[in-house]
Ligand binder design. Structure first.
Ligand code: GSH
Length: 203
């Protein structure tokens, strides 16, 4: 397998962490230069028509884009350690939190970054006012996550899951918009320290 990735970007990191948590080795890492627009070239669009990383390319040439789909594929080919829940309730709660974090934290952080800095102005029209609003939406999610982590050890409940990976990659990417895990969020700080201690943290 090959993973088309990009070092500083949060979504490819989600896939790299999932591979590390599963202990799946031997995946060839291909670094794509997003700032230079390598993902916009026809060769890359053949692998992902939406021109985004990550893309997991299987040995038969099948290309899987969308991090949630990559999580699903890895869970199916290697069920242990489990990252997506063991029964109907755990599976549903894991997906619920993963989607919430993707939509209500990671996406607004990305929009704030792109629209306030103009980082991708060669391929989109930045709207600063929307960027500022998106930054507020991302910040508004932190008290919700704090509440959840006050009640549970991990994001989706009492087991480590892909929702923890998504939350970690989102929050750490949040530095680009000055989103910080301050002392107002002690449960997130406790959880963050736990995440940093996992071997997958540096993936
Ligand atoms: N929904 C996709 C989002 C992928 C995405 O937005 N990737 C970003 C990097 S984190 C990207 O490739 N950006 C390049 C661009 O927009 O040109 C997923 O879950 O993987």
């Amino acid at each position: 397998m090959k993973l088309y990735s990009a070092n500083m970007a949060p979504n490819p990191r989600r896939s790299r962490m999932a591979l590390a948590e599963k202990g799946i080795s031997g995946v060839e890492m291909i670094d794509i230069d997003l700032a230079g627009g390598e993902n916009l070239k026809p060769e890359f669009r053949e692998r992902n028509s939406l021109a985004k990383v990550p893309v997991l390319e299987l040995d038969d040439g099948t290309c899987i884009a969308e991090t949630a789909a990559i999580y699903r594929y890895l869970e199916e080919i290697q069920p242990e350690p489990n990252l997506m829940g063991r029964d109907a309730k755990e599976k549903a709660l894991t997906e619920m939190w993963d989607r919430r974090i993707d939509n209500a934290l990671l996406m607004p952080i990305g929009h704030c970054f792109q629209h306030t800095t103009g980082f991708f102005k060669d391929r989109m029209t930045p709207v600063a006012a929307w960027g500022e609003e998106a930054g507020k939406l991302a910040a508004a999610f932190l008290p919700i996550l704090e509440q959840q982590l006050q009640k549970h050890e991990f994001v989706a409940g009492d087991h480590f899951s892909v929702a923890d990976i998504t939350a970690l990659c989102s929050l750490e990417f949040g530095k680009v918009i000055q989103l910080r895990i301050t002392e107002d969020f002690p449960a997130i700080q406790r959880w963050h320290a736990q995440m940093k201690a996992r071997p997958s943290y540096t993936a």
